[in-house]
Structure formats: structure tokens, C-alpha cells
Design a binder for this molecule. Structure first.
Ligand code: AMP
Ligand code: FE
Ligand code: FE
Ligand code: ZN
Length: 287
């Protein structure tokens, strides 16, 4: 018998950011894999959510409105997931729009650096490849592969566009408290994404983030070891945080993340998350 726990995936990307399947294709695949609940969590945008929810209407799965917002600083990269956010919330929309604009100008500057290194790319070609409004380094990596400059997107990162690479340009990012508060302000539930992936500093700062309004930790994740899962479950218990999990699916055959629905995520994670979001909405309505 299939385990009930295999039917939830709360971390998924689509063409609205750097995934390769459209939101409708993600929903179709989720249905094929018999998922009951998915969350679309594109980078800095909620623009894929409406399409996914339309595609899922009637036949399922349930599609949670989500977003992934990265913050970065001297401590390294920290990613946050926001669940059940209101896509029409003004302040959140403004913040996300500022980040999308910054992504555009940053991609443009990276293309100029690559050009100076003898790796010309066409701006329109990269825009077309990105498709949506959230343009990121994975799109540049794919453009470099398409031109035959590198064999794989991984090679593109390693040689040119990783954080210490010669064509890397940083982009302005919100600080962790600003990310958490923007999600809470939009009625959403903020969760620390793949903390083990982000290094020990991420875990050490969880108590501080709880003070800003953090409500959960992504415990089940492709490269989290059983020991890390145990440690994170303990952390969630200590700080009364929600436990979430997902594949970080970016598309079939794409190096980052894992296949859709492939990560063990207990079904109760989605139930607790839904209850938490509902309780939060009631609390806001009562204020
Ligand atoms: P950006 O937000 O445009 O800076 O791109 C960050 C995204 O690039 C991450 O969410 C990952 O999807 C991907 N990424 C970052 N570093 C690497 C790496 N070393 N190898 C492969 N993909 C990476
Ligand atoms: Fe990504
Ligand atoms: Fe991430
Ligand atoms: Zn992700």
C-alpha cells in the first residue's frame, strides 16, 4: 500500500521562476504522482499560483499559495518559505516587485561580464528562456549550456556564476527579519527552508528568527541526512515550530532539488500548516 506520507510536497518551483514546468504542468504531474497537497514556492513571485489553482480546481491536488524568498549576508544564504500568503497584499507585492526588478538589472550586468569573458549571450534569448518575471542564475546557466559554452548547468555555476565565480553579481536582498515580517504581514506562515543546506549558522539563528515571527522549519528535504532530520525535529519541538518538507522540484532532469513528490513528508505536516494559517487568519480578522 502507498504510504499516506508520500502525498505531500511543500516546496516546488515552476516557470514562474527557475523551474522548467509551467504551473499547469506541475499540477498535472502532481496528479499523476497522486499528491494530495502541493505548495508552489517560486522565487520572489506568486505569479504562478493562480494558474496552478485553476489547473487543480475540481480534480486536485490542493495548491497552497507559497513563495521562496532568499536572504543573504555575511552569514551566508538563508532561504525562507511563505505559505498561505495573500497574493494581493500590497506591501508584500511591493517588496517582491523590487526584488524582481533587481533580478533583471543584475542578470543584465552578469551577461555583460560573461560577454567580456568571451561568452556572449543575447539578452532577448535569456529573457525568453526565463519566461516569467523572476529571472535567476539558473536561467543564465541554461543559456550557457544552450550555447555550448559548458556541458551542464552545474559546470556553469562552478566555473562562472557561483557566488565566488568571475561573472557573479550579487543582488540586493531583504534581511531575515524583513523577509519574515513581509510574509507575516501578508497573512502567511514563514518557514526556514532547507536549514542544513544553508550551514550551521542557519540552525543557530532559529531562536532569533522565532523572535521575528518564524513559525516553522523545513525538516524533510532531499539532502538532509537522517541525523539532520532528527536534530531539526528536536529543534521544532523545543521552539514549538511547524515541521514542513518538500522536494525543491525544479523540473525533470534538473540538477537542483529532487523529483516531484519524492521526499518523505508526513501528511500531518500539511494539516498542521493549514490549521496554523487558519488560526492566524482568525487572529488577524479579530484585530
Ligand atoms: P539567484 O537567486 O538568481 O541568485 O539564483 C539562486 C538559485 O541558483 C538557487 O535558488 C539555486 O536554484 C541555484 N544555485 C545556486 N547556487 C548553485 C550551484 N552552486 N549549483 C547549482 N545551482 C545553484
Ligand atoms: Fe531555484
Ligand atoms: Fe532554496
Ligand atoms: Zn527552492
Amino acid at each position: 500500500m502507498r504510504q499516506r506520507s508520500s502525498k505531500v510536497d511543500l516546496h516546488i518551483h515552476s516557470t514562474a521562476s527557475d523551474g522548467v514546468l509551467t504551473p499547469s504542468e506541475v499540477v498535472r504531474l502532481a496528479r499523476e504522482r497522486e499528491l494530495d497537497v502541493i505548495a508552489l514556492t517560486d522565487h520572489d513571485t506568486l505569479s504562478g499560483v493562480a494558474e496552478a489553482q485553476r489547473a487543480a480546481a475540481g480534480a486536485g491536488p490542493e495548491v497552497i499559495a507559497g513563495v521562496e524568498i532568499n536572504s543573504e549576508g555575511e552569514w551566508g544564504a538563508l532561504h525562507f518559505l511563505g505559505y498561505y500568503v495573500d497574493p494581493d497584499n500590497g506591501p508584500l507585492r511591493e517588496r517582491l516587485q523590487a526584488m524582481l526588478d533587481a533580478r533583471l538589472s543584475r542578470a543584465y550586468r552578469m551577461i555583460r561580464l560573461l560577454d567580456e569573458m568571451g561568452l556572449p549571450l543575447d539578452w532577448e534569448e535569456v529573457r525568453a528562456l526565463a519566461g516569467g518575471e523572476s529571472i535567476g542564475r539558473p536561467h543564465l546557466a541554461r543559456a550557457l549550456v544552450n550555447r555550448g559554452y559548458v556541458e551542464t548547468t552545474q559546470e556553469a555555476f562552478e566555473r562562472f556564476i557561483a557566488r565566488d565565480g568571475p561573472a557573479y553579481v550579487p543582488r540586493p536582498r531583504l534581511s531575515p527579519p524583513d523577509v519574515i515580517r513581509a510574509i507575516v504581514g501578508a497573512g502567511g506562515v514563514p518557514v526556514l527552508a532547507h536549514p542544513a543546506h544553508s550551514g550551521p549558522a542557519a540552525v543557530e539563528r532559529v531562536p532569533e528568527f522565532v523572535g521575528y515571527g518564524l513559525r516553522g522549519v523545513e525538516v524533510y528535504y532531499p539532502d538532509h541526512s537522517p541525523e539532520q532530520v532528527e536534530m531539526l525535529l528536536g529543534l521544532c519541538q523545543e521552539y514549538r515550530l511547524l515541521v514542513t518538507g518538500g522536494s525543491d522540484f525544479h523540473g525533470p532532469g534538473f540538477e537542483e532539488g529532487a523529483p516531484l513528490g519524492s521526499v518523505y513528508v508526513p501528511a500531518e505536516c500539511a494539516e498542521r500548516l493549514r490549521e496554523e494559517a487558519a488560526a492566524f487568519r482568525t487572529q488577524i480578522a479579530g484585530q
